[in-house]
Design a protein around this ligand. Structure first.
Ligand code: COA
Length: 169
């Protein structure tokens, strides 16, 4: 992302479902869900999701939801940034954007799950916890044996309590 590029973070609509699916495919890391799943997400969980556009083109997204049995917890399901825009803080900005929108509405913790081999994602959420002056607890969420196909374990990262605002970058 160049200094002159125009970044917009906004709530996705169903018209963005295809772009989210394509970014998941292009990430080459995420478990890709069906195109239908991203459409449904953009319909029912748009308020806890965000799409980033750089110069009007999709550049990244976060999908999340508030846990039905524990609505103070925002569960981040998938995060992706297009390869051309990685390493510029875009994923961190999307997470800050979501947290800043939901902390005033009662969210106190953010959760996500990460495989042990995903250094970029581990660093992303570690940096998020530091910016928000929050504790980060790591535990096993889904062991490898719970998956029907070959899949690394998913570790649960639970971050909180979240402060009112993130520290300045
Ligand atoms: C993970 C991902 C979303 C990060 O996006 P990003 O916009 O590049 O992230 P940021 O620029 O905000 O950087 C976040 C942290 O990751 C680090 N990082 C970025 N790329 C990295 C890499 N290839 N290897 C290790 N660390 C990396 C950054 O240095 C930063 O850490 P720091 O604050 O301690 O310096 C992006 O790499 C991606 O889309 N990966 C493929 C999909 C994926 O794995 N999603 C997460 C699944 S839970």
């Amino acid at each position: 992302m160049t200094d002159t590029a125009h970044l917009q973070l906004r709530t996705p609509t169903i018209a963005d479902g295809q772009a989210l699916w394509q970014m998941a495919v292009d990430s080459a890391t995420l478990d890709v869900n069906s195109p239908y799943a991203y459409l449904l997400w953009c319909r029912d969980f748009a308020a806890t999701s965000v799409i980033a556009e750089v110069d009007g083109e999709p550049a990244g997204f976060v999908t999340g939801y508030r846990r039905p049995a524990q609505p103070q917890t925002l569960m981040v399901w998938q995060v992706a940034v297009n390869a051309a825009h990685r390493g510029a803080g875009l994923a961190g900005r999307m997470l800050d954007h979501l947290a800043a929108a939901h902390v005033p509405q009662g969210v106190t913790h953010l959760e996500t799950s990460i495989t042990p081999d995903n250094d970029a994602s581990r660093r992303l959420f570690g940096a998020f916890a530091r910016r928000w002056d929050a504790q980060l607890e790591c535990s096993e969420l889904f062991g490898a044996g719970l998956f029907s196909e070959s899949h690394l374990a998913e570790d649960l990262f639970r971050i909180g309590p979240l402060g009112v605002n993130p520290r300045r970058r």
